[in-house]
Write a protein that binds this ligand. Structure first.
Ligand code: PHE
Ligand code: ZN
Length: 874
């Protein structure tokens, strides 16, 4: 088996350029013909022509109108090679495909009777032989011919030129995209779809037609996506001065889609779960995700499409930047502090785990086997943190100046993360040479904090030391350039003036320490009393802070810090200390008693009427199992569960009346509203309910059951169902049955039913439930959403997935292999379940490794899955 790796150091620019390409699609039920006609020029004289192509049936090749003889070219499993070509020529290639049999969901495929495409990263090579690389940009014109009745809607990128009725029951659409683009941004859709329409007028007066397509009958659920799109268009104009550049913007919702959504030029294709929503079918969280993903894809039009990547190693150039932009957008649309808390929680739970596991890689990787494996939390979420740090260092104004410069220099080009860093730093007179290590070095750095107060001298000494644990291929690291936002508080919680020569203030007025050394002491003068340190405000750098702060200081900051992020962060820190303590006891079989001070502090939060409800909900969250799995030396699922449930139960017991009051205060108030405020109220009262449910009180379960049946929105219904699904309650079966009957024909909503059952942490039978559900008539192993919402949700259920009494790993590995045979990209996403293998105790680790070895040895395992699994063995 070929086991080739590709390396960034081998990257060479293209040997040919393409002036234009015309694609002609002839769509039929059992085959599809593609004719591609390109105008090509040699950039390096004498180069042989190598075109990428996979799973294609080649019908004919012509150069300058002359059909080539089979002796004049070579076809391999991955290429079409023509050894000798003129300096400038027209190339015509005809291929034949079978979209109806394409289960990989890349290239051209069919989803619920609709033809659609997914070309990023390397799907275009499944459509025709071409330069399937992002640094070959060209202008596209497209014609699509299909049955008129079955496929009334024919879409591609750019401008709609015309549609012809061919008279024989078929019709043909003509599209032309004036903007040059790489082939991964090509898209085509053909089907019988419903549509909603609106318009948007840009600052400079361009009237843009906005269209959201979905299967018939689902149009009513498209309006939230439409509203989100208009908000995103407005925001990008206001914040970055960026306008849309075509006359049409289309979004199409598709049921079978490997990822979330795709930013194809002018024709975004979305997983339908990220488009369709109304209050009876979608939760508040769904509405929020839709708004942010619609925005994300829209923002790509500038950060990704107008300026694209030179090669796939630079993926974070567009993804990190665009995630950063969508996070900032969401912060402006909702509550900035709460948004930041959610983004950091996700980063920690997912990306920190990735960075600590066998598949850790730099934000700009050096090598890979499968390019599709680049779509990771490191590239996206850590990438976004890198951009955020740049903004923190140069300030918002400076960052905008840098972004303007980025577009001035690189519009229409395919560039690198180096180019981006230069565009931001140079106009701001900043030196990013050390900062750029963030792109090359993997692993989450650790910053240790040591404090000393010298009362006599009136000096406060802050010593910061950084290190970074070894990661694959990177045993040692150079110091990072770490921006640490900070403040010092007096005993009343007032900010002290910072008299220290190394403190900088960015253009937003934030005080920063820029730690560049391995270790450095910062001296603050004129300090009369011992101050309380608040550091890493807003989580200004993606690091782990080692800080043995006193409990008193942590409780003080929880209450008084002027930085909301840190108030909640200190609550998490205390929560972790308490949980770690209990986990150690549970592992020794000792009785568990929760620290009273901690309970009192959380009780005070519950009762404090002055804390904003959505922020209160964040304050009351205990550290997740995913976080425990990282900070604990051993992943002991049973001990984790015992400890966490004990704390939750104690909180509930000590605050039963107050939690019930919170519940009653907000339950049923404006149940249909989607206002951010109401969203926060709902979140808090549902959190109160889930705490109360820990008590297993018949009276509480009755309230939960009533909420299920009376729910007037999906948030309330799912909260209740999730609680019931994790209980032994008599109400469980009836509610689950009802939800199933209600939504069994709804491809989006039924996934919630899978997830509720796969996420149960207290039921001992989850494995059995999950495996039975894989055989359920509503479950389809070829639908990525079904797989993610059942199998991936189950692997995220750390408690049950690592239950030592069950053979979970074996059953899960069977499913990975089954999925892998049909769809390698989806299978690869399941493999991350084994990222924690080094954290397991010897018996469990052995079980996991046995399964990993079995999968790696499977004869036809895809290189996507192999790459991720193999690393766990080394
Ligand atoms: N580029 C898409 C996004 O982040 C994600 C994606 C990757 C979609 C690969 C499909 C395939 O917006
Ligand atoms: Zn993206």
């Amino acid at each position: 088996m070929k086991q080739e790796k590709i390396y960034l150091k081998d990257y060479k620019g293209p040997a040919f350029s393409v002036d234009s390409v015309h694609l002609d699609f002839n769509l039929n039920e059992d085959f599809c013909r593609v004719r591609a006609k390109s105008a090509i020029k040699q950039l390096t004289a004498g180069s042989a022509l190598h075109l990428n192509g996979v799973d294609l049936k080649l019908i004919a090749v012509k150069i300058n109108g002359q059909e080539l003889q089979p002796t004049e070219y070579q076809v391999t499993a991955e290429e079409l090679i023509i050894p000798s070509v003129p300096a400038s020529f027209t190339l015509e290639i005809e291929t034949q495909l079978e979209p109806q049999n394409n289960t990989s969901l890349e290239g051209l495929y069919k989803s619920s009777g609709i033809f659609c495409t997914q070309c990023e990263a390397q799907g275009f090579r499944k459509i025709t032989y071409f330069f399937d690389r992002p640094d070959v940009m060209t202008s596209y014109s497209v014609t699509i011919e299909a049955d008129k009745k079955k496929y009334p809607v024919l879409l591609s990128n750019g401008d709609r030129i015309k549609t012809e009725d061919l008279g024989n029951g078929r019709h043909k659409a003509y599209w032309s995209d004036p903007h040059k683009k790489p082939c991964y941004l090509f898209a085509l859709v053909a089907g019988d779809l419903g549509v909603i329409r609106d318009t948007f007028t840009t600052t400079s007066g361009r009237k843009v037609n906005l269209e959201v397509y979905a299967s018939h009958g689902k149009q009513d659920r498209c309006w939230h996506a439409m509203d989100s799109l208009k908000k995103a268009m407005t925001w990008d104009q206001d914040v970055y001065g960026l306008e849309y550049d075509l006359n049409d913007y289309m979004i199409v919702a598709i049921d079978d889609f490997n990822a979330g959504a795709m930013e194809n030029k002018g024709l975004n294709i979305f997983n339908s779960r990220l488009v369709l929503a109304d209050s009876s079918s979608a939760t508040d969280t769904d509405f929020h995700s839709i708004e942010s993903v619609v925005a994300h894809e829209y923002f790509h039009n500038w950060t990704g499409n107008r300026v694209t990547v030179a090669n796939w190693f630079q993926l974070s150039l567009k993804e990190g930047l665009t995630v950063f932009r969508d996070q900032e957008f969401s912060a402006d649309m909702t509550e900035r502090a709460v948004q930041r808390i959610e983004d950091v929680d996700a980063l920690r739970a997912g990306q920190f785990a990735e960075d600590a596991g066998p598949n850790a890689h730099p934000v700009r990787p050096e090598s890979c086997m499968a390019v599709d494996n680049f779509f990771t939390m490191t590239i996206y979420e850590k990438g976004s943190e890198l951009i955020r740090m740049m903004q923190t260092i140069v300030g918002r104004k400076g960052f905008r100046k840098g972004m303007d410069e980025y577009f001035r220099r690189h519009d229409g080009q395919a560039v690198t993360t180096e180019d981006f860093a230069a565009a931001i730093s140079e106009p701001n007179g900043k030196d990013f040479s050390q900062f750029k290590r963030w792109y090359n070095q993997s692993g989450t750095p650790v910053v240790s904090v040591l404090e000393k107060f010298d009362a006599a001298a009136g000096e406060y000494h802050l010593t910061l030391e950084q290190s970074c644990p070894p990661t694959p291929n990177q045993p040692t690291k150079e110091p990072f350039h770490v921006p640490l936002m900070m403040g010092l508080l007096d005993k009343n919680g007032k900010e002290l003036a910072l008299n220290c020569e190394h403190i900088t203030q960015n253009t937003d007025g934030k005080h920063l320490i820029e730690l560049k050394d391995h270790k450095k002491t910062f001296v603050f003068k004129g300090i009369k009393e011992r101050p309380v340190l608040s550091i890493l405000r807003e989580f200004s750098a993606p690091v782990n802070l080692h800080w043995e702060a006193s409990e008193d200081d942590l409780y003080f900051l929880m209450e008084k810090d002027t930085d909301s992020f840190n108030r909640r962060e200190m609550a998490q820190k205390m929560g972790l200390r308490v949980l770690s303590n209990l986990i150690a006891k549970a592992r020794k079989g000792e009785a568990l008693q929760v620290d009273e001070k901690y309970i009192n502090a959380l009780s005070a939060v519950i009762r404090d009427p002055n804390i904003d409800p959505s922020f209160k909900a964040k304050m009351l969250q205990l550290p997740s199992y995913a976080v425990l799995a990282q900070v604990e030396p051993v992943l002991d699922a049973e001990a984790f569960h015992k400890a966490r449930v004990t704390v939750r139960k104690t909180i509930a017991k000590m605050n039963k009346a107050a939690l019930l009051e919170t519940y009653r205060q907000f339950h049923g108030v404006e149940p249909k509203s989607r206002d951010t405020k109401v969203f926060g109220h709902r979140q808090l009262k549902n959190q109160a309910l889930s705490y109360l449910a820990e008590l297993q009180d018949p009276e509480i379960l009755e309230i939960v059951n009533k909420q299920y049946w009376d729910a007037q929105n999906m948030t309330d219904r799912m909260t209740a169902l999730t609680i019931l699904a994790d209980s032994q309650s008599e109400y469980r079966e009836k509610a689950l049955q009802h939800f199933h009957d209600e939504w069994k024909n709804d491809s989006v909503v039924i996934n919630k039913w899978f997830t509720a059952q796969a996420s149960a942490t207290s039921r001992p039978d989850v494995l059995k439930d999950v495996m039975a559900l894989t055989q359920h008539p509503t479950f389809n192993l070829q639908n990525p959403n079904n797989v993610y919402s059942l199998l991936r949700a189950f692997s995220a259920n750390i408690v049950r997935f690592n239950d030592p009494k069950l053979n979970v790993y074996e059953a899960y590995a069977d499913k990975i292999l089954e999925v892998d045979a049909k769809n390698p990209q989806v299978a690869a996403r399941l493999c991350s379940a084994f990222n924690f293998v080094q954290k397991l105790d010897p018996v469990m680790k052995d079980k996991a490794l046995t399964q990993i070895k079995r999968m790696v040895a499977a004869p036809n395992l895809s290189k996507n899955s192999r790459e991720l699994l193999q690393s766990a063995l080394t």
